[in-house]
Design a protein around this ligand. Structure first.
Ligand code: ADP
Ligand code: ASP
Ligand code: MG
Length: 816
C-alpha cells in the first residue's frame, strides 16, 4: 500500500488533474493506493478572503464566492463529459449553496470564529475530493471516495487541531480492512472532533492527513506530489539557482520545513518517522524527475554539511532586558508561561550569557498580544525599573541553514555570518540548536531574498560568484565597457567562475533595469525604451532591488553623480569610478569615501582615474600594503597633453593639434581641463593621497603654459579662438625646446609630501624623452626602488583602454 498526496498546486486546473489521473493510473497498477487531495489550488485562501470580506460587511464577498463557484464548475465541464456532468454539477452546486449560506450568515453576524473558519475551509477539500473521485470513476478507474472526517478524530482546537491517534488509527485500520478498491480518495486537511464538530489540521495540513494515513496503514511509501521537483536547497521562488535535494534525513526535512520550506508541512514527518516510512517529494508536472527522498538515515555517506537554507517571514522580536534580571532565576519561566497562556508560539530564543536580556522570535501577528501580556506579567518589575518594558521589533524574518552533518564541520557559522556581513545583511539575533542541525539568524524582511541568494551562493554554488553591475554614463567609454563585458562574459564565467550581469544602465536621458540581467546584445534598445533618467531614481532602483554584490560603475565626468557615492557605499553598493571628481575633491570627502567603503564593506575602486587602463593605483596599493614607502613619483600623466606635444611642431598649428586630440576622444569634453594642467594635477593629487599624504588640489603647484588670454577664456569656443590668436606663444615653447635639443612633456611630480605640475623640456636620454603618442609613464621611487624606479608605461588615454581599466576594477572586486 502506498499513500499519495496531491497538493492544491497539483489540482489547480483540469489540465493538472488529468496529469494526476495519469499518475494514479500508473501507481494503482502496482499496488493499492490511498490518495489524499488538497483543495483546488488557491481555494483555501479565496474562502478566507470571502469570509473576511463578509465579516467586514463588504459585499464583494459575493463576487469572491462567484469566482470560487465558477472555478469548480469549469473544472467539472472540462474533466467530465456526458450525462454524469450535470449530475455532478448538481451535487457540487448543492454544496456551494450551503457554502454561500454560510457566507451570508457571516455577513449578517459579522464575526468569524475559529470554529466557523474550519467549517468554511472544509468546503475546499470536500469539493475537490468529490470532483476528483468522480473524474477517476468516469475514466474507468476503480476508485472510491472516503470522507476523512469520519476517520481522523481530533480535539477541539479549531484551525489547528491535535489528532487523537488511538481512535484515528483504529478508524483507519478498520475502514481499510474492509475495503478492496484500488484507489481510495480522501480529502486532506479536514477532520472532526469526538462529538462531530468540524476541525482542520492547520494550513498545509493535507500533508499531515497523508502522513497519518501512511503511518496507520504501515504504508511502504508516502509520496507528496506538488509543483516543484522535490525539496529544494532553498525556496525556488526566491533563488533561481536553487536545486532539488536528492536525499534528506527526517530530521533535516523537519528542520527545513519548520523554517519555511512549505513544500512539506512540519508535523508531517512525525507519524511516518516512528514507522520509518520513506517519504518522496515529486512533481506532478514532471513525474519523471526523481524528486527528493526522505529517510531516517542516508546510507551512501556523501552527506553534505549544509543541505538547505530556509526562511520564515513575518517575524517579530521581543526583547526583555534590564539590570534587575541578572542572576535572578524565574524571569524566563514567567516570560514563557505568559506566552504559553496566550497560546503564542515561540519560534526562536536567544539569551546573552550576561543574562541582561532575553530575545524571542514570534510570529508578527502575535506581537501585540505578546507585548500586552508580558508587560502585565512584569508590571511590578517595570515600575521598579528593574526591567524595561518589553521591546518589540517588527518587519523581521528568520533564515536558517540546516544539515545533520554540520556538527562534524568547523567554520560553517563563520562562513554564514561573513557572507551575510559582506553583503550588509544586518543580523538582529542568532540561535543555534545544540544539535547543531540548524543555525538561524533574525534579519530584516527586506533582506530575505538577498540573504538567501548570498547563502545559497556561498554554500551551494561556491564555484560561481555573481556580480550585479549598474552602469551610468554609457557614452564613448561606457559603451566599450558594455561591449567588453558582452565579449568576455563567457570566458569569465568559465575561467573565473564569475557571472557578470548588467542589471541597470543609464545615460543622461533614460535608464533601464532588468533583475535577470539586461540582454547585452540589445542593451541599446532596452536603454532607449527605458524610463526617464534621474540620478536619485537610479540609486533608488538599485536600493530597491537589494541584490548581493551590487556595484555602481560611474563612467560620467559629472559632479552630481560623484556626490552620490556616499549614498551608494553606505548601502554596501560598491563603486567603480572613472569619474575623477570624487577622489580629487576636498580631502575630507575623499577620506569619508574611503571610510564608508571600509565600514560598509563596499569596494571603492578608481584605477582609471590615473593612466586610464594602466595598473598605476593598483601597483601603488600593492607597494604600500607590502610595506614599501613612496619617496617620490615622477610622471607624465596626461595622454591628451602627450598627444598634443608629440604632434605639435613648427609645421602644425597648436589649434589643429588640440582639435584633433579632442576629436579622437583623448581630451575631457572641456579641453581646458587638460590644457590648464588641472587634470594632471588631479591625477598626481590622487597618487599622493593613495601614497598616504593628506593634500588638496590647491596644494599642488601648477605652472601653466597657456597664454594669458587662454587662461582667462570663459567658454570652450573662446578658448579655441585664443589658441589661434596666440599661435606664436605656443610656437615659442616649441622653438625653445628644439633649440635645447629637448622634448616638451607635461610632467607631474610628487616629492616629500609636495607636488607640482608643469610643462618641461626633457633632454635626450631621460625615460620621458621617447614617450610616444598618447602614452603615459609613471616612475615610483620607493624604499625598495631607491635609484632605479619602478616604471609603468603605456597608452594612457582612449576609450578602449579606459574601458578595460574599468573592467579590471570589476574583476578586482570579484576576486576579493
Ligand atoms: P502544495 O499545494 O502542493 O501543498 P505548497 O504551496 O504547500 O504546495 O508547497 C510548494 C511550494 O513550496 C513550492 O511551490 C515552493 O514555492 C515552496 N517552497 C518553499 N521553500 C521550498 C523549498 N526549500 N523547496 C521546495 N519548495 C519550497
Ligand atoms: N487547503 C489547505 C491549505 O491551503 C491544506 C493544504 O493545502 O494542505 O492550507
Ligand atoms: Mg502544502
Amino acid at each position: 500500500m502506498k499513500v499519495l498526496k496531491f497538493g492544491g498546486t497539483s489540482v489547480g486546473s483540469a489540465k493538472n488533474i488529468n496529469k494526476v489521473i495519469q499518475i494514479l493510473k500508473n501507481s494503482s497498477q502496482k499496488s493499492a493506493i490511498v490518495v489524499v487531495v488538497s483543495a483546488v489550488g488557491g481555494i483555501t485562501d479565496k474562502l478566507l478572503t470571502a469570509a473576511n470580506q463578509a465579516v467586514a460587511k463588504q459585499s464583494q464577498y459575493k463576487e469572491t464566492f462567484k469566482i470560487i463557484k465558477d472555478q469548480h464548475l469549469s473544472i467539472i465541464s472540462e474533466l467530465i463529459s456526458g450525462d454524469s456532468q450535470e449530475l455532478i454539477k448538481e451535487v457540487v452546486c448543492a454544496k456551494l449553496t450551503r457554502l454561500e449560506q454560510l457566507l451570508d450568515g457571516l455577513y449578517l453576524i459579522n464575526e468569524l470564529s475559529p470554529k466557523t473558519t474550519d467549517k468554511l475551509l472544509s468546503y475546499g477539500e470536500l469539493l475537490s475530493s468529490y470532483i476528483i473521485s468522480e473524474s477517476l470513476k468516469s475514466k474507468g478507474l476503480d476508485a472510491a471516495l472516503k470522507n476523512s472526517q469520519e476517520l481522523i478524530v481530533t480535539d477541539k482546537v479549531f484551525t489547528n487541531a491535535s489528532v487523537n491517534f488511538k481512535i484515528t488509527n483504529a478508524n483507519i485500520n478498520n475502514y481499510f480492512s474492509n475495503n478492496s478498491v484500488a484507489i481510495t480518495l480522501v480529502p486532506g486537511f479536514i477532520s472532526k472532533s469526538k462529538d462531530g464538530e468540524i476541525t482542520t489540521l492547520g494550513r498545509g495540513g493535507s500533508d499531515y492527513t497523508a502522513a497519518i494515513m501512511a503511518a496507520a496503514l504501515d504504508a511502504e511509501e508516502l509520496q507528496i506530489w506538488t509543483d516543484v521537483s522535490g525539496m529544494f536547497t532553498t525556496n525556488p521562488k526566491l533563488v533561481k539557482q536553487a536545486q532539488p535535494i536528492q536525499k534528506l534525513t527526517y530530521q533535516e526535512a523537519v528542520e527545513l520545513s519548520h523554517f519555511g520550506a512549505k513544500v512539506l508541512y512540519p508535523p508531517t514527518v512525525q507519524p511516518v518517522l516512528d514507522k520509518e516510512i520513506p517519504i518522496v517529494i515529486k512533481n506532478t508536472m514532471a513525474p519523471e524527475d526523481s524528486g527528493t527522498s526522505i529517510t531516517k538515515h542516508i546510507s551512501n555517506g556523501a552527506n553534505l554539511a549544509v543541505k538547505g537554507i530556509s526562511n520564515i517571514s513575518d517575524i517579530a522580536l521581543l526583547t526583555l532586558q534590564g539590570n534587575g534580571m541578572v542572576g535572578i532565576p524565574g524571569f524566563s519561566k514567567r516570560l514563557f508561561e505568559t506566552l504559553s497562556q496566550e497560546k503564542i508560539n515561540v519560534i526562536l530564543i536567544t539569551q546573552a550569557s550576561s543574562e541582561h536580556s532575553i530575545c524571542i522570535g514570534i510570529a508578527e501577528k502575535d506581537a501585540e498580544a505578546a507585548k500586552e501580556a508580558i508587560d502585565i506579567t512584569f508590571e511590578n518589575e517595570i515600575s521598579l525599573h528593574k526591567i524595561d518594558p518589553i521591546l518589540v521589533e517588527e518587519d523581521l524574518a528568520i533564515i536558517a541553514i540546516v544539515g545533520d552533518n554540520m556538527k562534524n564541520h568547523q567554520g560553517i557559522s563563520g562562513k554564514m555570518f561573513s557572507a551575510l556581513g559582506k553583503n550588509n545583511v544586518n543580523i538582529r539575533a542568532i540561535a543555534q540548536g545544540a544539535s547543531e542541525r540548524n543555525i538561524s539568524a533574525v534579519i530584516q524582511k527586506k533582506d530575505v531574498k538577498k540573504a538567501l541568494n548570498t547563502l545559497h551562493e556561498r554554500f551551494f554554488e561556491t564555484k560561481t560568484k555573481q556580480l550585479n553591475l549598474f552602469i551610468t554614463g554609457v557614452g564613448n567609454v561606457g559603451e566599450r565597457l558594455v561591449e567588453q563585458i558582452r565579449q568576455q562574459k563567457e570566458y569569465v564565467s568559465k575561467n573565473l567562475k564569475l557571472n557578470l550581469r548588467v542589471i541597470g544602465l543609464s545615460n543622461s536621458r533614460t535608464m533601464a533595469f532588468d533583475v535577470d540581467g539586461i540582454p547585452l546584445e540589445s542593451w541599446k534598445e532596452v536603454l532607449a525604451n527605458g524610463e526617464k533618467a534621474s540620478l536619485n531614481g537610479f540609486l533608488d532602483g538599485i536600493k530597491t532591488l537589494n541584490l548581493r554584490n551590487s556595484v555602481f560603475v560611474d563612467v560620467t565626468a559629472n559632479q552630481d553623480v560623484a556626490n552620490l557615492y556616499p549614498e551608494y557605499l553606505g548601502q554596501n553598493i560598491g563603486v567603480i569610478a572613472c569619474n575623477k571628481i570624487a577622489c580629487s575633491s576636498d580631502y575630507e570627502n575623499y577620506r569619508l569615501l574611503k571610510h564608508l567603503s571600509f565600514n560598509y564593506n563596499a569596494p571603492f575602486l578608481f584605477e582609471t582615474n590615473v593612466g586610464a587602463g594602466l595598473p598605476v593605483i593598483d601597483t601603488l596599493n600593492h607597494l604600500i600594503t607590502s610595506g614599501d614607502k613612496i619617496s617620490s613619483i615622477q610622471a607624465v600623466l596626461s595622454g591628451s597633453l602627450n598627444f598634443v606635444f608629440n604632434n605639435f611642431n613648427d609645421k602644425t598649428r597648436f589649434y589643429d593639434v588640440v582639435k584633433q586630440a579632442q576629436k579622437e576622444g583623448y581630451t575631457e569634453p572641456d579641453p581646458r581641463i587638460d590644457l590648464s594642467g588641472v587634470d594632471v594635477a588631479r591625477k598626481i593629487l590622487i597618487l599622493a593621497r593613495e601614497s598616504g599624504t593628506a593634500m588638496n588640489l590647491e596644494d599642488i603647484q601648477n605652472t601653466s603654459f597657456l597664454s594669458p588670454s587662454g587662461l582667462e577664456s570663459d567658454s570652450v569656443d573662446d578658448f579655441y579662438e585664443t589658441l589661434i590668436a596666440d599661435e606664436t606663444h605656443y610656437q615659442n615653447l616649441y622653438a625653445s625646446a628644439k633649440a635645447n635639443n629637448c622634448q616638451l612633456k607635461y610632467v607631474a611630480e610628487f616629492n616629500n609630501g609636495k607636488a607640482n605640475v608643469a610643462l618641461k623640456e626633457i633632454p635626450e636620454g631621460h625615460p620621458f624623452y621617447n614617450l610616444e603618442g598618447k602614452d603615459n609613464i609613471v616612475m615610483f621611487y620607493t624604499e625598495r626602488y631607491p635609484e632605479q624606479p619602478l616604471i609603468i608605461k603605456g597608452a594612457g588615454a582612449g576609450a578602449d583602454v579606459t574601458a578595460s581599466g574599468l573592467f579590471a576594477d570589476i574583476i578586482r572586486i570579484a576576486n576579493n
